[in-house]
Design a protein around this ligand. Structure first.
Ligand SMILES: Cc1cc2nc3c(=O)[nH]c(=O)nc-3n(C[C@H](O)[C@H](O)[C@H](O)COP(=O)(O)O)c2cc1C
Length: 195
């Protein structure tokens, strides 16, 4: 299974990207191929101008297209998901997330905006064709931070929720694989019956 993580924070030291990495490491431990791309990997001008025809946008679309699971992380800005992430998502094709499993993650200064993933991010993911959007994981800045060594610190309750989200991704991917295999078998049997 190919997994892509999309980091929506403009910060080099990012709390939301820490959640993303926890999930990426857990999925990699299960033997899956995980790669990362983020807002900071795209030229700012391409993002601001929505340069769909540019090479960076084309590379982004190819990476998304190759993934069967997309994990998206965003900081909460002004009670919604980050505008920079929206600029990145705007470079994708109309149904870029169709058929993919999508896991949204978010961090905010306050627990008051935890529903921003539901009313802000999920409708956009859905507009991009995603039909398998898992329950997101939201953490406050008190729950995810950095130690004096500069390394990320995520409280246990959030780590547990991230691990549960990983288990849901794996379960959903497993049932999608089984459904596809059964469908292929059904098609082969129908062709054989015809003759
Ligand atoms: C411009 C700006 C606006 C913000 N607005 C909110 C907000 O409305 N609600 C909230 O809970 N946190 C808000 N925050 C705090 C960030 O969401 C929070 O620190 C988050 O963990 C940052 O994630 P990052 O480190 O991945 O960039 C805001 C931060 C910035 C810089």
């Amino acid at each position: 299974m190919t997994i892509l993580t999309l980091a929506g924070s403009p910060s080099a030291r990012s709390r939301s990207s820490s959640l993303l990495r926890h999930v990426a490491q857990a999925l990699a431990r299960h033997g899956h191929e995980v790669s990362e791309i983020g807002l900071r990997d795209l030229p700012a001008q391409d993002l601001v101008e929505g340069l769909y025809a540019g090479p960076a946008a084309a590379a982004l679309r190819a990476r998304v297209s190759a993934a069967s699971v997309v994990v998206v992380a965003t900081p909460i800005y002004k009670a919604s998901f980050a505008g920079g992430l929206k600029a990145l998502l705007d470079l994708l094709d109309e149904k870029a997330l169709a058929g993919k499993i999508v896991l949204p993650l978010g961090t905010g200064g306050s627990a008051a905006h935890l529903l921003a993933l539901e009313y802000g991010l999920k409708p956009v993911l859905s507009a991009l064709g995603a039909r398998h959007i898992l329950a997101g994981v939201y953490a406050t800045d008190k729950e995810v931070g950095f130690g004096e060594d500069g390394l990320p610190r995520i409280v246990e309750a959030i780590r547990e929720r991230l691990d549960e989200a990983v288990a849901s991704v794996l379960a959903l991917a497993g049932s999608a694989r089984r459904a596809a295999a059964n469908e292929a078998l059904g098609r082969r049997e129908a062709v054989a019956a015809l003759g």
